[in-house]
Design a protein around this ligand. Structure first.
Ligand SMILES: Cc1cc2nc3c(=O)[nH]c(=O)nc-3n(C[C@H](O)[C@H](O)[C@H](O)COP(=O)(O)OP(=O)(O)OC[C@H]3O[C@@H](n4cnc5c(N)ncnc54)[C@H](O)[C@@H]3O)c2cc1C
Length: 565
């Protein structure tokens, strides 16, 4: 059997290695247009920031490794330019010489990825404007920065002492994870960074109130955010500088510009071959990663996948799914019945020592789909036992089915151990777990790692209390309709007050029930919802109508108080 794989990075390289492990006899050709196979594109922003100092560290395995260890005919600088599905051939062009050859195949795997979006804006090709997509891209950025430092310091013109080095300015366009990661790394390189984002928040998969917490954090660490403003074009400003012009009429001067406007599935070859393209613009595949042509498979960023929670077709450009899909395509080619389960978009981004992570559906996605059978909770547990040094709060939002408690999605932010909570919730979600399962999850605990009630258990307990009716909840957007009871201590009110709320500290509540109305719903607040839970339980058992305002004062403002915790 002869298999040709187009694209030699995440999906393609995984497919090649797996196929060889399953089939010693197959002839495998892996073609890659660029100079490297199997490189770590996820590490590129950190090479820009010099955290990963050596370019060679990004090269996970080279073409020789594929040849020697896997007997894969790995060809770099080799582009597939045409597929003839009837003849089962692919035309390959040697990028250096232009020579075109034809190879036949029994099975073909497409893993061409998703190139960066590059709109035809005026001036977009000016020097100093870069993308972060490939190793040569980051090399160009580092060269530009290094030559620029010399230029800005004036050292190219004269020798002598230069005491004041002008601040260099970077403008990053796009507030997705590549834009934010690169912005952070440019801050580490000493740039004054402005991030321009057309939408009204960074990290679009997060719900807006959670994104606000990220925005506040990155601003605190020196990134200037310009939200709700698209880029209109670029103008040369002399001395290797570029002016970034925005739709609102602003000008952001820059010594370097990074374009991070998102990616679009590469469907060029697939379209040429007449393969079915889905409604989201990606190559349509079945659960075996087979395209509309039975002998052609497609994997990675170029394909549409079924969203695991909503069942919708979606585009998910992540390394994990690409690697798993490459492996599944290899299994199927080797005669196994492997299936891709769909993607839940589990992601994480690290920023200035903190992390934001998420899995499954966001509330805005459910709203967009008109799905109202969900409830959400906010909680702010410590990353590990509060008495053990170094505990930091985690802001969590957990979304679950009202009707059966099934976990639908989770988002978490914080400075410690966010990843393991979202990883645990992601696994639970994929296994179809309910919030009752989270209550019972048996997780690692010692004081430096977690709590006897881990944040994952805690989320389950809070959500299950809501569903069992033990803790009716409400949210701030409906706070105007109830009688607000604040059960914090008076000293806390001085820090942040909820207007119109009556203050009865929890410790005095049983003695002061006579001050509360019996004919109105009482919405109980505290700082994070924990004391309000106890107060709500007292009130319910004393015959009052009461609800806990989920997440307390912390969920009222989300950003402004969380990082001070
Ligand atoms: C800067 C950056 C940071 C990232 N960080 C993360 C992260 O932290 N976590 C995460 O999960 N994901 C991350 N990703 C996304 C992740 O890298 C991708 O989801 C993954 O690489 C997709 O794999 P793929 O095989 O579909 O495409 P790619 O890995 O992009 O590989 C496609 C390859 O196909 C080649 N190709 C295309 N057409 C042809 C052709 N006609 N002939 C020959 N070769 C061709 C291309 O040159 C390319 O090298 C990041 C991506 C970038 C760019």
């Amino acid at each position: 059997m002869k298999v040709i794989i187009v694209g030699g990075v995440a999906g393609g390289a995984s497919c090649a290695a797996r196929l060889r492990r399953l089939d010693e006899k197959a002839e495998i050709i892996m073609v890659e247009r660029g100079p490297y196979v199997s490189y770590a594109n996820c590490g590129l922003p950190y090479h820009v920031g010099a955290i990963i100092e050596k370019e060679a560290s990004l090269l996970v395995a080279d073409a020789n490794t594929f040849r020697s260890q896997f007997a894969v005919d790995a060809r770099t600088g080799c582009e597939a330019i045409e597929i003839s599905p009837d003849k089962k051939t692919v035309q390959l062009r040697n990028v250096a010489t232009g020579e075109v050859t034809t190879e036949s195949y029994d099975k073909l795997v497409l893993s061409p990825g998703a190139p960066s979006i590059r709109p035809p804006l005026p001036g977009i090709d000016l020097p100093g404007i870069f993308e972060v997509r490939t190793v040569p891209d980051t090399r160009a950025i580092r060269d530009w920065i290094e030559r620029g430092s010399l230029f800005l310091s004036g050292m190219h013109k004269y020798s002598g002492f230069q005491t004041v080095r002008p601040k260099t300015r970077a403008v990053v366009i796009g507030g997705g994870f590549i834009g934010l990661e690169t912005a952070e790394n440019l801050v580490h390189r000493g740039f004054d960074v402005t991030l321009v984002e057309m939408g009204d928040q960074v990290l679009a998969p997060l719900d807006q109130e959670m994104a606000r917490i990220v925005e506040e954090y990155v601003q605190k660490h020196g990134i200037r955010l310009a939200l709700n403003d698209g880029v209109a074009g670029f103008k040369e400003a002399g001395n290797r500088k570029v002016d970034v012009l925005t739709k609102s009429g602003k000008t952001h001067p820059a010594d370097i510009v990074i374009l991070a406007l998102g990616v679009r599935p590469d469907t060029t070859l697939a379209k040429m071959a007449g393969l079915k393209i889905g409604e989201r613009g990606g190559i349509r595949v079945d659960e075996h990663m087979r395209t509309s042509n039975a002998d052609i498979f497609a994997v990675g960023d170029a394909v549409e996948v079924k969203d695991f929670v909503t069942g919708e077709w979606s585009l998910i450009a992540l390394a994990g799914p690409a690697n798993r899909q490459g492996r599944i395509a290899a299994d199927v080619i080797a005669g196994r019945d492997s299936r891709f389960r769909g993607s839940q978009g589990t992601s994480i981004i690290g920023l200035f020592g903190a992390a934001a992570a998420w899995t499954g559906a966001s509330e805005k996605t459910l709203k967009r789909l008109g799905d109202s059978d969900y409830e959400k909770i906010y909680l702010y547990p410590n990353s590990h036992a509060g008495y053990y040094p170094g505990a930091r709060p985690i802001a969590m939002k957990v979304i679950f089915r009202k009707s059966d408690g099934r976990l639908l999605g989770a988002q978490a932010l914080g400075e410690d151990n966010v990843d393991k909570r979202i990883s645990a919730l992601a696994m639970a979600l994929q296994m179809g777990a309910t919030v009752y399962d989270l209550e019972e999850a048996e997780l690692c605990y010692a004081p430096q790692f977690g709590s006897a009630k881990d944040p994952v258990n805690f989320a389950g307990m809070v959500a299950a209390d809501v569903l069992r009716g033990d803790m009716p909840i409400s949210h701030w957007d409906s706070a105007g309709k109830g009688f607000l009871l604040d059960v914090r201590e008076p000293v806390e009110l001085a820090v942040e007050n909820a207007p119109d709320a009556v203050n009865i500290p929890l410790g005095q509540l049983r003695a002061r029930l006579g001050e509360l109305p019996r004919d109105r719903e009482i919405l109980v607040i505290c700082r994070s919802g924990q004391r309000a839970y106890s107060a709500t339980r007292i009130l319910l058992q004393k015959g009052f109508k009461a609800r806990n305002l989920a997440g307390g004062m912390l969920s009222r403002t989300h950003a402004s108080t969380f990082w001070e915790s």
